[in-house]
Ligand binder design. Structure first.
Ligand SMILES: CNc1ncnc2c1ncn2[C@@H]1O[C@H](COP(=O)(O)O)[C@@H](O)[C@H]1O
Length: 289
């Protein structure tokens, strides 16, 4: 397995709150346990469990969000996640996260994202490039590069399927304002059993019209109507495609939409890998990696 670790890699489907070290989650849970906010013994096994149903996955995310959603922790997990990917020789990372509002702690979607950016700025174990504003700023936070790992990071802002049209639009507008700190696209994710495609469409169309790239979690559950509507929208990418029928694959291929995070038979993999590399260059807007 060591040779796999040593290969330079690109990571195109990483959710920030889905990439946190177990040790960090346990530490945060212990602290909240001591404060009486949660019962540590109840959550310890939930964090350490490996096999989870779709329902359990989203319950776990709700728990993780309880542990991580304050500015300081968002900054910390961003730094750790980027450093962990870099140490595994990921050279290009697209990190997606859902901007969150929490009035009780004075968190807005913008301040959540500022905490993420603060996390990127605080990466110190490796050199990082995430600022896209101008070439002079480009090598932000980079050291002399000699003997140090380097990682290019770009951000996607996620819309959670629990959100309203207005909330989704707020995320898209925020993404547009944050392009100079590496935001390149919008993701639609969250529990696939919740929400309607028509709720998110106006915000996603606005994003597309303003040249943000779009990736959708698509076909995670059997929902033929939604799958067809999502493909007709012609997103730049989709993820999952677990419940695609022949007609869905046919449309996906005719529209040349790549799948990142595949759960599909091998014949589609080679097709998609080819497309992914074409699309990779389109998304990351780098001169070189
Ligand atoms: C099982 N596959 C999946 N399907 C759909 N959405 C998923 C997901 N895995 C993760 N997320 C989405 O990412 C959020 C966590 O990261 P952030 O809080 O945004 O950083 C989850 O709450 C969910 O909305």
């Amino acid at each position: 397995m060591e040779w796999i670790q040593s290969l330079p890699k690109i990571e195109l489907h990483a959710h920030l709150n889905g990439s946190i070290r177990d040790s960090t989650l346990l530490e945060l849970a212990r602290v909240l346990g001591e404060k009486g906010v949660i019962v540590f013994a109840d959550v310890e096994h939930v964090i350490q469990k490996n096999d989870r149903s779709l329902v359990e996955v989203f319950k776990l995310f709700d728990l993780i969000h309880k542990l991580t959603t304050d500015h300081k922790t968002v900054t910390r997990i961003t730094r750790e996640v980027v450093e962990d990917f870099a140490l595994e020789n990921v050279v290009y990372l697209e990190l997606r996260t859902t901007p969150k509002r929490s009035d009780s702690i004075g968190m807005s979607k913008r301040s959540y994202m500022e905490a993420v950016i603060q996390g990127l700025r605080s990466v110190s174990e490796v050199d990082i490039d995430f600022v896209t504003a101008s070439d002079s700023q480009k090598l932000h936070n980079a050291g002399d590069g000699i003997g140090r790992k380097k990682i290019y990071v770009r951000l996607l802002l996620s819309i959670d399927r629990r959100e309203t049209t207005e909330s989704a639009m707020e995320t898209v507008k925020l993404a547009l304002e944050m392009r100079d700190v590496g935001v390149v696209g919008i993701d639609l994710s969250g529990n696939p059993l919740v929400g309607e495609w028509s709720t998110f469409l106006p915000a996603l169309q606005y994003a597309k019209d303003n040249d943000l790239h779009i990736t959708l979690h698509c076909g995670e559950v059997p929902n033929p109507k939604e799958i067809q509507a999502m493909l007709d929208f012609k997103p730049h990418r989709i993820g999952h495609a677990c419940f695609f029928k022949d007609e869905d694959w046919t449309k996906l291929k005719s529209f040349r939409i790549p799948v990142i995070d595949l759960h599909v038979p091998l014949f589609s993999v080679s097709y998609n890998l080819f497309n992914q590399f074409q699309e990779f260059a389109m998304f990351c807007r780098l001169k070189y990696v």
